[in-house]
Ligand binder design. Structure first.
Ligand SMILES: [Zn+2]
Length: 307
């Protein structure tokens, strides 16, 4: 598999290909994006491409590519967090291995997964390598939280940011993986929020159908219960780890209701529109640092037309 199999990161891939074609490879590169955005896949493709002789690298088939894919390339070093952090000992070991390698024209590639989990000494150790990089060494740092990295490391990196996929790209991705009904496609795309890893994980879990049923049940409670009962419901939901997903599912339920209503040429969608607007606002707020319980209370009250 080559870069052409990656969906929805055209700009980033163009930048990678350009630097490969010009042989202008920075020795420090950062791939950032949320978990599931495809950092690992892209970094491994780039690692293959760096040592692949094919005119349009990576070919995925030559010995070097295959060794990189299987993790057995002698010039590929992969560092994963041990427990909750990447420790100085792991960097010492890496430094020692790098110092013994002959310089033979092939790139020595160090992939650091979860680079935001570098301890301060480990971060400083990387910084030292980056300040005086050994010949032909290329670092690929991967992180979902790049802002946590040492500024001194960040400033040396070429930053490749993985963007959320558009709905069209998500649809294209799902269509390569499974034969789903349009309703299921829409649900997955809505729940995954542009994150390909999340969509594929849900595809294999099937649990999202229960999520939809639960959303219907919760909204039913919010629409029909006494106003006073909305407060404990807000409290209950505010504790949930998957609150953002629940809210995304609420939106989907309302959109389907709106579609249904409009397809019948029906009027009286005012209440639905109001609820949708309140939901958009809630979704936006949940991305920030907000009092979740209060935000939910306000949503429920708006939905019921109380405020
Ligand atoms: Zn190759």
């Amino acid at each position: 598999m080559g870069f052409e199999h990656i969906i929805g990161q055209d700009l980033l891939i163009r930048a990678l290909k350009r630097s490969l074609a010009r042989k202008e490879i920075n020795h420090a590169n950062l791939f950032s994006g949320p978990p599931g955005s495809g950092k690992r896949t892209l970094a491994l493709l780039f690692a293959q491409a760096l040592n692949c002789a094919h005119p349009n690298p990576p070919c995925g088939l030559c010995l070097s590519c295959r060794k990189t894919i299987s993790g057995n390339h002698p010039n590929l070093f992969q560092i994963e967090p041990q427990g909750a952090s990447i420790k100085i000992e792991q960097l010492r070991e890496l430094k020692e291995k790098l110092s013994y390698l002959p310089t033979e024209g092939t790139k020595k590639i160090c992939i650091i997964y979860g680079a935001d989990l570098l301890t301060l000494p480990a971060g400083n150790s990387i910084l030292k390598i980056l300040e005086e990089p050994p010949e032909d060494v290329v670092f690929l740092l991967l992180s979902a939280r790049p802002w946590v990295l040492l500024q001194t490391i960040l400033s040396r990196c070429t930053h490749f940011l993985l963007k959320p996929l558009s709905d069209e790209d998500m649809l294209a991705l799902l269509q390569t993986k499974a034969n789903l009904s349009p309703a299921k496609q829409e649900l997955l795309i809505s729940l995954a929020g542009g994150n390909p890893g999340k969509a594929l994980a849900m595809l294999s879990q099937e649990g999202w159908q229960e999520k939809l049923a639960e959303a219907h049940e919760l909204l039913g409670r919010a629409e029909n219960s006494a106003i006073g009962e909305l407060f404990p419901l807000a409290e209950e939901l505010s504790q949930r780890d998957d609150l953002q997903e629940i809210v995304a599912t609420f939106l989907l339920v309302y959109r389907q209701k709106l579609h249904h209503l409009l397809s019948k040429g029906g009027n009286g969608s005012f209440g639905l529109e109001r609820a949708c607007r309140a939901l958009f606002k809630l979704q936006e707020e949940l991305f920030g640092t907000v009092n979740r319980r209060l935000a939910l209370e306000v949503f429920f009250l708006k939905m019921r037309g109380v405020v």
